[in-house]
Design a protein. Structure first.
Length: 308
C-alpha cells in the first residue's frame, strides 16, 4: 500500500481532494501533517477520503507549521469533533521524544488506536510503543539502522525521493530514477507499505520565492526501466535572467512537458493531474504556480494508486 506524506497546505490538500474520486482505496492511505490553524481545508480533504472508504493518518503533534512543538491532545480532540474518520498519528523527533511518548501512553490507556511517525530514529527502546501502534511510519535516511527497521512491526518507510535543485535551471533535462519502493517494500516481511514526500520533498517551507525558471515535474512507471518510477523535469529557458514573465516561462515548460509525454507512452495522460495540464495547454492559460504544483501532485498520487 502507498502512504503518501502530505503537509496540510492549501495546494497539497486541494490535490488530495480533487484526485480522491480516482484513487484506489485498497492501494493508498495518505499521511497528513496539519500545518495551519484553520482546519477547514483539512477537514474537507479528509471527508473526501472518507467518502471512498479511506481513513488517513493525521499527525496530532506536528513538527512543523503553526502547531510545531505541540505536546498535548488539543488538535486531536478538535479534529475528533469534526465528524471525520482518521487514525491519530504521533510524531517522534530527536527533540520531542519524551512528550511524544507521553502522548502514546494516553492513547494506550484510553484504548484508542494510533499510529507513529519517526522522523528520526530513536535512541531509546520503543518496542513497547511500536508493538501497540496500528502503523509505524519511519522516515528513511542514510543512517537508519537495519536493526530498527527489522524490529519495527507494521512498518512503512517513507523516503524523500525528490532531489531539489539550488535553482530550477539546475534540474536535469534527462529523466532519472525516482523510486523503486513500490517494487521492493514487500520483500521486508514486517513492511505493510511504502511512502514518499511526493514531488515536493520533506523540507518544509511556507512559501516559495521568485524563480528565474519554471520547472514542471512529472513522474511515471517505466516498463523499459524495470517498472521503476522515473521523474522528468521540464524547465523553461526563456528570459532566464529575470524573475518576471512567469506565465511565458510556464507555457514554455508546459510545451516541453506535453511534447515529452506524447513520445513517452509510459506517462499516463489520463490522470486527473495530467488532464489538467492538457487543459491549460489547449487554453494557453497560466493559473499561477500553486495550481501547477497541484497537477503534478495529483498525477503522482493517481499513478501510484493505479499500481497492481
Amino acid at each position: 500500500m502507498y502512504f503518501p506524506f502530505l503537509r496540510g497546505k492549501r495546494h497539497e490538500l486541494a490535490a488530495l481532494r480533487k484526485t480522491s474520486p480516482k484513487l484506489n482505496n485498497l492501494k493508498i492511505r495518505p499521511i497528513i501533517e496539519p500545518v495551519k490553524v484553520n482546519h477547514g481545508e483539512l477537514v474537507t480533504a479528509i471527508k473526501t477520503l472518507n467518502a471512498i472508504s479511506v481513513t488517513p493518518l493525521v499527525i496530532i503533534n506536528p513538527l512543523v507549521g503553526d502547531f510545531s512543538g505541540s505536546d498535548n491532545l488539543d488538535l486531536f480532540l478538535e479534529l475528533k469533533g469534526k465528524e471525520i474518520d482518521f487514525l491519530p498519528c504521533i510524531a517522534f523527533s530527536q527533540k520531542n521524544f519524551h512528550t511524544a511518548s507521553a502522548l502514546t501512553g494516553q492513547f494506550t490507556e484510553g484504548g484508542t488506536a494510533f499510529a507513529t511517525y519517526f522522523r528520526d530514529e530513536p535512541t531509546s527502546n520503543v518496542l513497547p510503543i511500536t508493538s501497540k501502534a496500528d502503523v509505524n511510519v519511519v522516515r528513511s535516511t542514510p543512517n537508519l539502522s537495519q536493526q530498527f527497521q527489522t524490529q519495527t512491526q507494521r512498518l512503512v518507510k517513507v523516503a524523500d525521493s525528490f532531489e531539489p535543485a539550488a535553482r530550477n535551471a539546475d534540474f536535469s533535462e534527462l529523466p532519472y530514477n525516482f523510486s523503486d519502493a513500490h517494487l521492493t517494500y514487500s520483500t521486508q516481511s514486517n513492511s505493510i507499505g511504502f511512502g514518499d514526500f511526493l514531488i515536493v520533498g520533506e523540507e518544509f517551507s511556507e512559501n516559495g520565492g521568485p524563480a528565474r525558471a519554471v520547472a514542471l515535474h512529472i513522474t511515471y512507471i517505466e516498463p523499459n526501466s524495470g517498472h521503476k518510477m522515473l521523474i522528468k523535469h521540464c524547465v523553461s529557458k526563456v528570459d532566464s535572467g529575470t524573475t518576471t514573465n512567469t506565465a511565458k516561462k510556464f507555457l514554455e515548460a508546459l510545451d516541453t512537458l506535453v511534447t515529452y509525454a506524447t513520445k513517452t507512452p509510459a506517462i499516463d495522460q489520463g490522470t486527473v493531474g495530467f488532464q489538467a495540464f492538457l487543459d491549460l495547454h489547449s487554453r494557453r492559460h497560466f493559473p499561477n504556480l500553486g495550481p501547477v504544483k497541484e497537477n503534478s501532485i495529483m498525477h503522482h498520487l493517481e499513478t501510484l494508486s493505479k499500481l497492481p
